[in-house]
Design a protein around this ligand. Structure first.
Ligand code: GTQ
Length: 350
């Protein structure tokens, strides 16, 4: 509460009610309930070519075993110290060197991985190993056991996306460490994709999970889908060609709390001005271009190329321009907002 300009008798009154655990709404209302979203986080870009050296250097300072998860958090410049890329989302770059294992644990916040570089890395979810290639999208749903490793010969890096700030604000954070380094091997690699990834599913199974039973959405397949669809689809003026990853058993989003997308913008495509209440984190998998956020004197241009990460928080007007053909992975809190009846978008000046 800004106390400047408040009369002495009111100030005295506020002090008195404060001792009873109360505060006057009328001094706060205009900051609290605003005509449009007012948020702290800002649009920002993380240039991978600049970050990569720092990231690899972390391996000289701490092992994955000691760190548990060796992650450089991507902190929103306006939320320093908050371990958040937006008010609701966490993002980080996780590095696993050849032969290392990030020990098994499970937690109530859900996580996704989007692979940025390296081969031979894997995540094991409830004992099912998934090997990861650049562009693959992997989920570790809330409260599933997971450990990561690298059986290849080069560093493996991926972007972690978590709903952690959201869950922390609610308070429902739990973590359990597994007694062994790795969770015991379960179904063979590829099992969940084989069972649920071909528009069919085993009969007699009742799935009550809020998350997709598929842990891995390989890039080769999603990229091919975009390639096939571009031939027969109209370009959406605001999104180009944008697909959402789904849970095949429900048709809904792949994860309960994070929405995930893959999007193709053809060479020299320019999207039109768009606003959404979603907080969106983008990982560039192919191509180059720029995202222009804000308007007029406040406009900020973020030039990106493959492997870069950028964030567009809630309600910032923005446009995306591709130079070369671009493929963007993104994740957001849309699914949460939709479930709460809060999600909005504004296309152009509508
Ligand atoms: O891989 O389990 O970036 O627990 C942050 C917390 C990754 C993980 C993060 C985590 C993990």
């Amino acid at each position: 509460m800004d106390t400047a300009g408040i009369s002495a008798d009111r100030r005295e009154y506020y002090e008195k009610i404060r001792r009873h655990g109360c505060a006057p709404l009328w001094e706060n209302l205009e900051y609290l309930v605003t005509p449009e979203p007012v948020i702290t986080s800002v649009a920002n870009l993380w240039d991978y070519s600049e970050l990569r050296e720092d990231l690899l250097h972390s391996a000289n300072l701490i092992s994955t075993a000691e760190a548990e998860r060796r992650v450089l958090m991507l902190e929103n410049p306006a939320l320093e110290g908050n371990c958040s890329i937006t008010e609701s989302l966490f993002a980080g770059l996780q590095l696993i060197m050849p032969g290392e294992v990030a020990p098994a644990h499970r937690h109530s916040p859900a996580a996704l991985r989007f692979i940025i570089e390296g081969s031979g890395g894997y995540t094991s979810v409830n004992g099912e190993k998934t090997f990861m290639e650049p562009g693959d999208f992997i989920i570790t749903p809330s409260w599933t056991w997971h450990d990561h490793g690298n059986e290849g010969s080069e560093p493996v890096v991926w972007m972690d996306g978590l709903d952690l700030p959201l869950v922390r604000n609610i308070g429902a954070v739990f973590l359990e460490r597994y007694a062994e380094e790795q969770f015991p091997a379960g179904p063979p690699p590829g099992d969940s994709l084989a069972r649920y990834g071909s528009n069919m599913r085993p009969v007699g199974e009742v799935l009550e999970n809020l998350n997709s039973p598929i842990f891995s959405y390989p890039y080769a397949k999603s990229r091919e889908t975009l390639e096939n669809l571009r031939k027969s689809s109209e370009w959406d003026p605001y999104h180009g060609l944008k697909l959402e990853y789904i849970d095949p058993t429900s048709g809904g989003p792949a994860m309960a709390t994070l929405s995930t997308f893959l999007q193709l913008l053809p060479k020299r495509f320019k999207t039109e001005k768009y606003q959404t209440t979603e907080n969106v984190v983008y990982s560039v998998i192919e191509g180059s271009g720029r995202t222009i956020v804000g308007e007029g004197d406040d406009a900020k241009t973020m030039e990106w190329q493959n492997q870069d990460i950028f964030v567009v928080p809630c309600w910032y007007p923005h446009r995306i321009e591709a130079d070369d053909e671009a493929i963007l992975f993104s994740f957001s809190d849309k699914v949460v907002q939709t479930k709460l009846g809060l999600w909005r978008e504004r296309r152009g000046n509508a």
